[in-house]
Design a protein around this ligand. Structure first.
Ligand SMILES: Cc1cc2nc3c(=O)[nH]c(=O)nc-3n(C[C@H](O)[C@H](O)[C@H](O)COP(=O)(O)OP(=O)(O)OC[C@H]3O[C@@H](n4cnc5c(N)ncnc54)[C@H](O)[C@@H]3O)c2cc1C
Ligand SMILES: NC(=O)c1ccc[n+]([C@@H]2O[C@H](COP(=O)([O-])OP(=O)(O)OC[C@H]3O[C@@H](n4cnc5c(N)ncnc54)[C@H](O)[C@@H]3O)[C@@H](O)[C@H]2O)c1
Length: 475
């Protein structure tokens, strides 16, 4: 016999989005049921952000030995013991997992049901032998790798982010299909850990990013020995001995690349298969995405969507922000709206590439009036001391001084970008950042220096010089 329960909120999916909704709502007094058919923590913890950043940390440590000569040191790293690196990655996941665990959520009073959920009516769901009637529902079912329909692909054991972190052995030659965030991060991680890597990108590396910033990342990937092929499309896949043959087509014609492994990193898609959305009267568009309003409500006003399932930017911090919108709308009847305008993003290559607000190209194509402020890492003393001077900050400023957007590429760009995110969210003008006193020597000085450059033409111009000369007469 199925158990039937009534709750305030039913959450489908225990990834970054679903967990944030469940944790917030339950601690604020709502009764919450959380369905998860796989691992608690979803993609970010298990097969996404966390393992990729852990692998990159190992890769950057190995790279440290490669560049030790810059510091007058000689260091060598023994060939990578892949299983030990894999254990490191698993160890990082295990260290974070308790935060996302069933036990912790049960501690909040959440009923966690380890099963696939599906709608049976506008406000009812079932899964794991439990029927749930909920006042509100949050769909937080995430996304999965979007694998292109390449002839021959199904005949080979290709990798995605769901399998690449589980390899027993170091790939001798990794072919990476796709030069977005996943492709670039994982290409560099593997290259720095001693794999030969070829990266194939149909368009341009990190396409939506500022091209000048992407150039800095491209150069770094090439310095790491990655064979970066852009403007090259995959045509078919086949076997080649023990390995994989990837046939590509570009300006120079067709070519077959062979490698030991193939990682497919060509984007992610949302799918609501098996959720029976029609039973709840939830509409999707022609591409199968949920039709949502600004409050993240589906066409069934009691059902919301958060995170990747919402069909917008795919980031853990966006999923977290969505959770806040849903909690306000459901628990407090506060018509909060999701706003992606000031959401920062970071690609965690070395150097990191971070963006908040529109890029220079986006502002130009929108016809917005703006000026560009720049500051190179090479003029930052900390970057010089650490011999890591590749990169720059570029800040886009309205004629009245308001900060519209910022691009940073370089070490710790992901840390620096939050200051500009705050500036944009609070509609600050450059003066607010130019006036900051920041500790020396830190990369944060770049924030102050680039903002101060707004005033340079005025401050060090003829009028100021004339004024100072005049005032000095009376001093
Ligand atoms: C390799 C990689 C690296 C990434 N790195 C970063 C990064 O550095 N920074 C960043 O911000 N973002 C990163 N992302 C993106 C980030 O992982 C996602 O945006 C984030 O995980 C989305 O969270 P979510 O809760 O929407 O979905 P998910 O984490 O995918 O969680 C959805 C959950 O729902 C469950 N589910 C689905 N359907 C049902 C059902 N019917 N019943 C029950 N359960 C169901 C799934 O099992 C899953 O656990 C990365 C992604 C990848 C793939
Ligand atoms: N640091 C981070 O925050 C981070 C890291 C990884 C992933 N993510 C999230 O995950 C999402 C998915 O990442 P992704 O890198 O898979 O997707 P993506 O959409 O960013 O990049 C996919 C790339 O693959 C290329 N491509 C598609 N089909 C191809 C083909 N047949 N041949 C060659 N190239 C092809 C595209 O031109 C594109 O550049 C990202 O949008 C991002 O939101 C975030």
């Amino acid at each position: 016999m199925t158990e039937a329960i009534d709750v305030d909120l039913c959450v489908i999916g225990a990834g970054a989005g679903g967990l944030s909704v469940a944790a917030g709502a339950s601690q604020m007094g709502a009764s919450v049921v959380l369905f998860e058919r796989g691992a608690m923590g979803g993609d970010c913890l298990n097969v996404g952000c966390v393992p990729s950043k852990a692998l990159l940390a190992a890769a950057h440590a190995a790279h440290g030995a490669d560049v030790a000569g810059r510091f007058g040191l000689d260091m060598t790293v023994a060939p990578t013991d892949w299983r030990r690196v894999r254990e490191h990655v698993r160890g990082v996941i295990a260290a974070i997992a308790p935060v996302d665990s069933v036990e912790r959520y049960e501690g909040f009073g959440v009923r966690v049901i380890p099963a696939h959920a599906r709608f049976t009516g506008p406000r009812t769901l079932e899964g794991g032998g439990v029927t749930v009637r909920a006042r509100f529902v949050a769909i937080a079912t995430g996304s999965t790798p979007s694998v292109p329909p390449l002839p021959g692909l199904d005949g080979v054991a290709y990798l995605t982010n769901e399998t690449v972190f589980d390899l027993d052995e170091r790939p001798s030659h990794l072919l990476v299909l796709g030069g977005g965030a996943i492709g670039c991060e994982l290409a560099q991680a593997h290259a720095r850990l001693g794999c030969r890597v070829t990266l194939v990108e149909a368009a341009r590396l990190l396409g939506p990013e500022d091209p000048e910033a992407a150039d800095v990342v491209r150069l770094s990937l090439r310095r790491d020995g990655i064979d970066v092929r852009e403007g090259v499309s995959a045509v078919s896949v086949g076997r080649s001995g023990d390995g994989i043959a990837l046939t590509v087509n570009g300006a120079d014609g067709a070519e077959t690349l062979t490698g030991s492994h193939l990682l497919v990193a060509t984007g992610r898609r949302v799918s609501f298969e098996g959720l029976d959305l029609d039973r709840a009267g939830i509409a999707t568009d022609e591409r199968g995405r949920l039709v949502l309003d600004a409050r993240l409500r589906t066409s069934n006003r009691r059902v919301f969507a958060v995170g990747d399932a919402a069909g917008g930017p795919q980031f853990t911090h966006v999923a977290g922000a969505h959770a806040g919108v849903v909690i306000k709308n459901t628990l407090f009847r506060w018509p909060a709206r999701a706003d992606n305008a000031g959401v920062p993003r970071v690609t965690f290559t070395a150097p990191e590439l971070a963006q908040v607000g529109p890029t220079e190209a986006e502002l130009r194509s929108a016809g917005t009036a703006f000026g560009v402020l720049r500051w190179p890492y090479a003029e930052n003393d900390r970057a010089q001391a650490e011999r890591s001077v590749d990169g720059f900050a570029k800040v886009l400023v309205a004629p009245n001084g308001r900060i519209l957007g910022a691009t940073v590429v370089g070490d710790a760009a992901g840390e620096l970008i939050s200051v500009w995110a705050l500036a944009i969210a609070q509609r600050l003008k450059v003066g607010a950042l130019a006036g900051l006193v920041v500790p020396y020597p830190t990369r944060a000085e770049i924030i102050k220096r680039v903002a101060s450059s707004w005033y340079v033409p005025k401050l060090f111009g003829d009028r100021t010089r004339a004024l100072v000369r005049f005032l000095m007469r009376f001093a």
